[in-house]
Design a protein around this ligand. Structure first.
Ligand code: ZN
Length: 488
């Protein structure tokens, strides 16, 4: 954690300006730099070694860095929704990087292909129209620019920089590991932006996640990509301060990662149980399908059971599969049942109070039967194996597009076959600590309360003097700073 002193620039003076965000003379600017998939402890270690001098100087010294939590499923795309919309994936009705649309099942070939939604490939842009939330921060701050983001909704024409190079270099990076070239292109576009007029800049570096999948979360190539990004931050800031007040900076990640030792393909397990199962990439038109498995990350899977036959038996067998850490399913009456092996608990929410009621043992290891404030339960869950699990299971299962049961993988396991191209040696997506904790560095002082990635959007709007819309899932750092704010 850095000091809690105010940044060198006078925030008091900046806050006195009228709000609005549409005043072209308003000097307040915000940059959000997203290092896709960088683990919080990897970034912390590099900082301690003195390898990230620009992050240290421009962000940590005036503000600080903490380990926050992301969303479930902890995967790219889905986990960007909190930063850009201030909502969880469940209420935004995009429950995974893949999900199944039951309505398409009765249609023709194209409908059925579309119903097995996957944002990895030709359907990638559909995420923009599938998100049932808004406005995005790009709409609230019309003077926004973004580099290399998979979510572009609300950006003005021409405000998404290098979309073609993102597609070409991104594909090359995915199949041939050319992530340094992709990140270099992002860095060059970013530095070139410094002197252009903008108020909000969203910069995405895909390299750390891509290299992590191919190698390891702490591989020297991943560390080197962080050092390169730090150099770009320095170059950008030197130019930015030459043409105006320093922007407020946030440096974040969307999810963590951990090495994968075993692949357990849930769809193949269902086939072995005699259940024809729709799955990617080749079986989206599976004949006489009675289930669909949609994998995210690859440590999370939504399982859709398409008829009621054997339902209770199949749910129970899925939760007990090797490699499954947790399962969640909607309770017939109210709330969500969380299951770990034979252990069961019941989660409900009323008026911001979350009730965790152990039914058989204590699957989340919370050691309590309690109705608790959302933020208190977050704090309590941080020391368990499944940070923020009560809130994350409730938000995810609120989406009608979620499966009948959602599975989270154990550490070291993912849910896809070894045929994934390229094979994932590391992954993410699950509810485990390695995947859920993310670095959150801010040039504004951090609150004492634990923070989530969903808190960033209202915090960034506050820093810009733009009114925060009602109904967001996140809370601005300024409101979390006080005990009253922490209690919402
Ligand atoms: Zn990834």
């Amino acid at each position: 954690m850095g000091s809690l002193t105010a940044p060198g620039v006078s925030h008091a003076r900046r806050r006195q300006r009228p709000s609005g965000g549409k005043d072209p003379s308003d000097p307040r600017r915000v940059v959000c730099v997203l290092l896709d998939g960088v683990r919080h402890d990897v970034l912390q270690e590099l900082l301690f070694r003195g390898d990230l001098p620009n992050l240290s100087r421009w962000v940590i010294e005036p503000g600080g860095m903490t380990s926050g939590t992301t969303v479930f499923p902890s995967t790219t795309g889905v986990a960007y929704i909190p930063f850009l919309f201030g909502r969880y994936p469940g209420p935004a009705n995009v429950p995974g990087i893949r999900w199944f649309d039951r309505a398409g099942l009765a249609g023709g070939l194209i409908d059925r292909w579309r119903s097995a939604r996957s944002y990895c490939g030709p359907q990638a842009a559909s995420i923009n129209s599938d998100i049932e939330a808004g406005p995005s921060i790009f709409e609230l701050v019309p003077e926004s620019l973004a580099i290399c983001t998979p979510i572009t909704r609300g950006l003005a024409r021409g405000a998404h920089l290098m979309p073609v190079r993102r597609a070409v270099l991104g594909a090359a990076a995915h199949y041939f590991g050319g992530y340094p070239a992709l990140d270099r292109a992002v860095a060059n576009a970013w530095i070139a932006m410094a002197r252009r007029p903008w108020r909000f800049l969203f910069v995405v570096f895909p390299g750390p996640d891509g290299l992590t999948h191919l190698l390891d979360p702490a591989h020297p190539q991943v560390l080197d990509s962080c050092r390169q990004i730090d150099r770009a931050l320095g170059d950008f800031m030197r130019r930015a301060v030459a043409s105006g007040e320093p922007p407020t900076l946030f440096v974040v990640a969307d999810h963590g990662a951990s090495p994968v030792r075993e692949h357990h393909d849930v769809a193949l397990e269902l086939e072995a149980m005699g259940v024809p199962t729709i799955r990617h990439p080749m079986h989206v038109w599976r004949r006489n399908a009675r289930a669909a498995v949609m994998v995210s990350g690859n440590g999370a899977a939504h399982v859709y059971l398409l008829d009621s036959e054997r339902r209770a038996e199949l749910v129970d067998r899925l939760i007990r599969l090797p490699g499954v850490a947790l399962g969640g399913y909607r309770d017939a009456r109210d709330g969500v049942v969380v299951a770990r092996g034979h252990l069961r608990a019941h989660l409900t929410e009323h008026d911001g109070q979350v009730t965790y009621e152990p039914l058989l043992g204590d699957p989340l290891g919370l050691g309590c039967q309690a109705m608790q404030d959302d933020r208190e339960l977050l704090a309590r869950s941080l020391t368990t194996e499944f940070p923020d699990a009560p809130r994350q299971l409730l938000q995810l299962m609120s989406s009608p597009r979620s499966g009948d049961v959602v599975l989270a993988a154990e550490r070291g396991v993912d849910f896809r076959g070894p045929w994934e191209l390229p094979e994932h040696r590391s992954g993410h997506g699950s509810l485990i600590t390695d995947h859920m904790l993310v670095p959150i560095a801010s040039s504004l002082p951090l609150p004492a309360a634990p923070v989530r990635s969903v808190d960033l959007m209202p915090t960034m709007l506050d820093a810009l003097g733009v009114p925060v819309p009602d109904g967001l899932d996140g809370v601005s750092f300024s409101r979390l700073a006080t005990p009253a704010g922490a209690l919402r």
